[in-house]
Design a protein around this ligand. Structure first.
Ligand code: FAD
Ligand code: DLZ
Ligand code: SF4
Length: 508
């Protein structure tokens, strides 16, 4: 009996569990470009183009390997507009009643498929190092879930950077050697840029016609859209950027949008690269003496540590996770996040780069756009929807724990033990943004004082009851409490004036 095998836009891996369980001779693969998936947030046009182009190329690859693929294009007149709608249409066409699917990376789609009147069989997504059961087992009975301890388990499980049962080089973590301030003359390599081929060019025209109202520049479009290009991007990263990855991991420089980052998260998240293979390649480069241990370990930690950890949290915490708001923040996301004018150069740089590239690196996301939203008390759900929309690598299983948890502390401390907040001093140390800013990073109050300086203390004061006894925040409160009353009152008043002006739509 023919079954349908659903392959979603972020499941473009030949080793996918649904394909491994399917029968090439009898089953029909369903792939569909649908309006519903393009509409749950206003995705960046580059993200939509990446997914549609990669889906079309993957479908062609499957056909060339002998699979029967029922592929629906976005502009096809019979397109049902949703994933279950397309499944029902195809089921009627081929006389199928059963569907095989690798479990989607989003509760929304899991629920939609569970409610579909066909018989849907969910298979584990085994493109990760830890299964959901592994993570649940690790988490059980622990008061606090900390990435570092989970990461060590993943090192043991994979054998990556291990010498027997000991960490390579004697330490689990080489971060003390990372995070240098960037020198002025730093010259990072550019990531490789892939010229759109015929398939991608056709998709670009479609996206231009349908989604030009969404925030973000479609062209130039240069992302890798198939496994071969993704492999070439990885090779380039390992050869040219990885050796300096650790040193300048937290640096931010105007005009240097990628620094020594890999820019492979879109490929990893849609299935064009396998995370374990990527880590093995990085380990091999270290073993061959091409990269220092702090770079290799730091990079592998991001993938088998953070990436696996946040996925575990997303599924452990359940569908309501994206609605958490532990700090009760309710200010509307200001227009500057959608490209509205701002005098704050750090935000202007991060948002402009996001608009152009559908990419910003971790510290821009965490310590510029995320830090500001948290300090300003923006509604975390609006912040979550913004991150889910604007980055090419954004899928809820990875985006939500990073945004709702790590960046906005809206989960009350599940992902992180303290909020990631900083004044302008941190941004000034790690970037050159402050040099060209209308505000002064050294001014703490008064005309032209850096808004991060005001909002930082305002945040601590607003949330004193929650954070005053947090051992990792004691120093912050001691510094604040040592200031004289007059200065503290001025800071709180000026911060409030700033927030009111911003919410009134004034140029800030
Ligand atoms: P590199 O800096 O070169 O790191 C290598 C790889 O490690 C990345 O490709 C990624 O797969 C992995 N990685 C690094 N940090 C994390 C992390 N915190 N969580 C998960 N994986 C990580 N990452 C996404 O893939 N999708 C998202 O939607 C996403 N949203 C984020 C939202 C916020 C508020 C923050 C603070 C971080 C978010 N991240 C997200 C994590 C991180 O910023 C990106 O993975 C990284 O910037 C991708 O660029 P890169 O490939 O150049 O990464
Ligand atoms: C993000 C996205 C978009 C924009 N379009 C499609 C699509 O047309 N068809 C499809 O199968 N998947 C798409 N996706 C990816 C899904 O939204 C993704 O599979 C879920 O968010 C689960 O991670
Ligand atoms: Fe950002 Fe403040 Fe520096 Fe301006 S001075 S770039 S607002 S941190």
């Amino acid at each position: 009996m023919t079954r349908l095998v659903l392959v979603l836009g972020d499941q473009l891996s030949l080793g996918l569990s649904a394909l491994a369980q399917a029968d090439k001779a009898d089953d029909v693969i369903v792939m569909a470009e649908v309006a519903d998936e393009a509409a749950y947030v206003p995705h960046h046009p580059k993200k939509i183009a990446l997914i549609l182009s990669a889906m079309r190329k993957f479908a062609a690859r499957l056909e060339s390997e002998g699979w029967t693929v029922a592929y629906t294009r976005l502009d096809h007149p019979d397109n049902a507009g949703s994933i279950p709608g397309e499944l029902l249409r195809r089921a009627a066409e081929v006389g199928a009643s059963e569907v095989l699917v690798t479990t989607p990376g989003e509760w929304r789609l899991i629920n939609v498929l569970s409610d579909c009147p066909l018989q849907v069989q969910f298979l584990a997504d085994d493109r990760f190092v830890a299964t959901r059961a592994d993570f649940e087992g690790w988490a059980e009975g622990r008061k606090q879930l900390r990435m570092e301890f989970f990461y060590r388990e993943m090192r043991r499980k994979t054998g990556l950077m291990m010498e027997g049962d000991k960490p390579a080089g004697g330490k689990w973590n080489y971060d003390a050697e990372n995070r240098k301030s960037p020198p002025k003359d730093l010259r990072p390599p550019e990531p490789p840029k892939f010229e759109p081929d015929a398939i991608t060019s056709e998709v670009l025209e479609l996206v231009e016609a349908r989604f030009s109202g969404n925030f973000g520049r479609l062209r130039p479009f240069w992302f890798a859209t198939d496994a071969e290009q993704a492999e070439a991007a990885l090779d380039h990263f390992i050869d040219h950027a990885l050796p300096n990855f650790g040193d300048y991991q937290d640096a931010m420089l105007s005009g240097q949008r990628f620094l020594f980052h890999a820019v492979i998260s879109p490929c990893l998240n849609i299935g064009l690269l396998d995370p374990l293979t990527v880590c093995q390649r990085v380990q091999a480069a270290w073993k061959a003496g091409h990269v220092p241990i702090n770079a290799a370990e730091g990079f592998i930690r991001q993938i088998i540590g953070w990436r696996e950890f946040v996925r575990g949290i997303y599924f452990l915490e359940g569908p309501d996770y994206v609605n958490r708001n532990a700090l009760g923040h309710d200010r509307a996301l200001p227009a500057l996040y959608w490209g509205g004018e701002t005098r704050m150069n750090c935000l202007s740089e991060a948002v402009e780069q996001t608009r152009d590239e559908a990419y910003a690196h971790h510290i821009q996301r965490l310590m510029v756009t995320g830090n500001f939203a948290l300090l300003a008390g923006i509604d975390p759900h609006q912040v979550h929807e913004w991150y889910l929309a604007v980055y090419a690598d954004a899928f809820e299983w990875v985006e939500a724990p990073n945004t709702v948890g790590m960046s906005q502390f809206a989960d009350g401390g599940v992902v992180g033990s303290k909020p990631y907040v900083s004044s302008g001093a941190y941004i000034n140390r790690m970037s050159d943004y402050c040099k060209s800013c209308a505000y002064s990073v050294t001014a703490k109050t008064g005309e032209g004082a850096c808004p991060f300086n005001l909002l930082y203390w305002h945040f601590l004061e607003r949330h004193r009851d929650r954070f005053k006894d947090n051992p990792r925040m004691g120093n912050m409160y001691r510094t604040w409490d040592r200031m004289d009353d007059g200065k503290r009152a001025t800071i709180v008043k000026e911060a409030q004036i700033f927030l009111d002006r911003m919410s009134d739509g004034a140029l800030v």
